[in-house]
Design a protein around this ligand. Structure first.
Ligand code: 5RP
Length: 232
């Protein structure tokens, strides 16, 4: 329960980055859910903003709560994206994709003037890699892509990465909103995240990976009695 309070407090602190008239990228996951709920309360009290959801799950939540949405193809500026993370290090490098939404999350974060990450304290780490790195791959040739992913991670200095296709009901691979599969790559420690990101970006079959480098400028870590804000 402590983590839930931390998540909610982090989400509440992110409201300080929201102003009337903004277009807001809405992240995915349990922490982002708190943000969407709090945003909906502000909208009910008169805040005028519109959201771009990063997953069907967040889209449904926003619709239920009456958060106005805009079609991503119709938007010319995204002022801020508020999203969760699976891990965030001291340089604001992230692992994302635990909720399988990393592709849309990265497209929207990359197009935003500002990315704000909200997380409970368990996500704040010295080095990335304890959380298995999600990598989104095309279903076609995914076993070949998994081998090439292994090679890329080894080249990035990761010792014996362990790669598993993420499965759901009936042990079948889960399918992302974009129709792809997810490889979960247990790395232990990722010694050089930018190098790993660059190597993964070169593997055919990888649609996107969950390393977010140089994208996030504000990290809000929740605490039981508030939140700490790091600006980069
Ligand atoms: C979804 C994500 C989420 O932001 C990440 O998994 C954190 O989720 P939660 O807030 O539930 O811990 O990247 O793809």
């Amino acid at each position: 329960m402590a983590n839930e309070l931390e998540k909610e407090n982090a989400a509440a602190a992110a409201l300080d980055y929201i102003e009337d008239g903004m277009t807001i990228g809405l992240g995915t996951g349990s922490t982002a859910k708190y943000f969407v709920e709090l945003l909906a309360e502000e909208i009910a009290e008169g805040l005028v903003v519109r959201g771009i959801p990063t997953s069907l799950q967040t889209q449904r939540l926003a619709e239920e709560l009456g958060v106005p949405l805009v079609d991503v193809e119709q938007v010319d500026r995204i002022h801020v994206t508020v999203d969760g993370a699976d891990e965030v290090d001291e340089s604001a490098q992230l692992i994302k994709g635990g909720g399988a939404a990393l592709l849309r999350e990265k497209i929207i974060a990359n197009a935003s003037d500002l990315m704000v990450v909200i997380a409970d304290s368990s996500k704040h780490v010295e080095a990335l890699g304890q959380f298995p790195l999600p990598v989104e791959v095309t279903p076609f040739g995914y076993t070949i892509t998994a081998k090439k992913t292994y090679d890329a991670l080894c080249q990035a200095g990761i010792l014996r990465p362990m790669i598993k296709v993420r499965t759901g009901a009936n042990d079948q691979p889960i399918v992302t909103d974009g129709g792809n599969f997810i490889l979960d790559c247990q790395c232990g420690v990722i010694p050089d995240p930018p190098k790993a990101a660059a190597l993964l970006a070169n593997v055919p079959g990888i649609v996107e990976h969950g390393l977010f480098i140089n994208k996030c400028r504000v990290v809000i870590i929740g605490a039981p009695d508030g939140a700490t804000i790091f600006e980069y």
